[in-house]
Structures are given as structure tokens and as C-alpha cells.
Design a protein around this ligand. Sequence first.
Ligand code: NAP
Length: 282
Amino acid sequence: MKILITGAGGMLGSQISKACHESGAEVYPFKKAELDVTDFSTLKHVLHFLKPTLVINCAAYTQVDRAEECRKEAFAINSLGPRYLACLCREIHAALMHLSTDYVFNGESRLPYPVYASPDPINVYGLSKLYGEMAIRETLDRFFIVRTSWLFGPGGKNFVDTVLKLASEKNRLEIANDQTGCPTYTVDLAQGLMKLAQTGIFGTYHLTNTGQTTWYGLALEIKKIMNLAIPIDPCTTAEFPRPAPRPAYSVLDPFPLQAVTGREMPGWQDALQRYLREHKKN
Ligand SMILES: NC(=O)c1ccc[n+]([C@@H]2O[C@H](COP(=O)([O-])OP(=O)(O)OC[C@H]3O[C@@H](n4cnc5c(N)ncnc54)[C@H](OP(=O)(O)O)[C@@H]3O)[C@@H](O)[C@H]2O)c1
């Protein structure tokens, strides 16, 4: 497989680049400064020159709160970028693997969202990601749209690292206990994406670690694994208002991922333990 990766400098992009190299594929990872997904003419030049068989789009505008104000930028990167990529993949007969988010859902469910549930984003980031999904479905047949959630891993800003940093700076933490989702390790996600890409069974998928928790539950697990002494109290989202509303519940039902890949994703606690053991010292 000849694989071109966009957003290769990001938290997931760096892991998927590594996983692609390890799989023996011919890999072309591009960071933002090297390939901007909003620059159609450069994209066209690079894709037509390299002619990859698979493009993995990890480029994204991921600042959920800032997106409320920087709407134009969020839509350019999360919606127009995927449209450009889909259009060019069609021209060069490449497949496109695109990452999307649990934030396309409104969070009103209390059961995991199946792949066929109707999206209804409640913030600009989620809307821009949904429009990116739509652009791909309108343009291309050979695509994987993969929704994931609550990422953590090396080389990116994430909740796990933030808790560790705050624990070293503060005397007490208060963490929201009224948002439920599934934390997902970029290393496990990258392996799952590679497995899925090899199937050639195109479509929309949900790919996360398994299980569910709240941000507070995740913080307690970090505290337990790292033997942190800091008291952590639950609070509500309303106590610390943010510019972008968050879905209260965004667990993703993985069906039909396991049937297609023959592989179940590890639980989030197991994934968290591996991340902390491998990358953080206590
Ligand atoms: N993080 C999460 O919790 C989460 C949850 C659900 C879904 N996702 C999705 O998973 C994917 C990967 O997320 P991530 O956490 O790895 O995000 P990330 O660390 O923010 O990585 C995104 C990368 O895209 C780059 N980028 C931004 N604008 C670009 C442009 N115009 N052209 C090319 N590259 C550009 C960024 O560069 P700069 O940093 O230099 O701007 C960054 O390296 C995204 O599609 C995201 O929506 C993430």
C-alpha cells in the first residue's frame, strides 16, 4: 500500500505514521507546514504526483472552544479540506480514510450511538466535522469515515496530560462528572485504523477503546495508576462554563467494526495504564 498522511504532526497523525511504517507500507507523512489541506492547488499537485492508494486525513481544527469564534477556519479545515481530498482521491482512484468525532451527536442518548444514528451536533466543531463527513459521502465511494472519541497519547494536548500537569501545580482538582464518553489511546486507534484499511470494506465506523466513563472517572483512574495524593472532587459542567457546549453522553457503539476487522479494541483502563506506564514516570 502507498499511503499519504495529512496532519502527520498531530497526536493521532504521528501515531498513524508510525503504525503505517511498521506495517511495511510506503508512507508519505505530511505535517501542516508541508501540506495544507485547505490549499487545493498544492494538494492536487502532490496527490497527482505521488498517486497514493490510500490517503489518511488526520488534519483537523481541534480547538473545540475556539471554533465557536473561529468558525471560518474550523469549516475550512474540517469541511472544505475533506471535500478537496475526496475530490482528488476520486481523480487518482485512491481510497480516503477520514477521522471524525463523537461530537457529531447531541449527547441526549443514554445508550451508545450506533453508526446509523442521526447526527445533531451542538457546537461549531461538531458541525464542521459533520459537514466534512457529508462532503466525503457526496463525492467518493471508496472511503472510511471513522468516528472516535476522547483521544490521549504521546505528542499532543490531551486530558490525561492536563490532569498530571494540574496535579503537580494545584492542591485540589474539580472535574466534570456529567459528561460520559470513552477515552481512546492513539496507539490502539492507529492499529485499529490500519486493520480496517486492510479490509477494503468501506463505510462509516466507530472506533474507540471499549467501556465508558466520565472525565471525573478518568481523572480518578489516572490518580490510582499514578499514585497521586491530590484530592479530586466531582463537579458539573455548568460550574465551569466553556464557550462550546459538550454532549453529555457520546459513547459510540462499535458495530460493525469487530465483525469487519475480527478484532475487539482493548478497554480504556487497560489502554490508560499502558500509556501511563510507557510514557509517564511516577
Ligand atoms: N483529540 C480528540 O479527543 C479527538 C476526539 C474525537 C475525534 N478526533 C479527531 O481525530 C483526528 C485527529 O485528532 P488529533 O487529536 O490528533 O488532533 P491534533 O493533535 O490537533 O492534530 C491535528 C493536526 O492537523 C494539523 N492541521 C491543522 N490545520 C491543518 C491544515 N489546514 N492542513 C494540514 N494540517 C492541518 C494540526 O497542525 P497544527 O497543530 O500545527 O495546527 C495538527 O498537527 C481529528 O480529525 C479530530 O477531529 C479527535
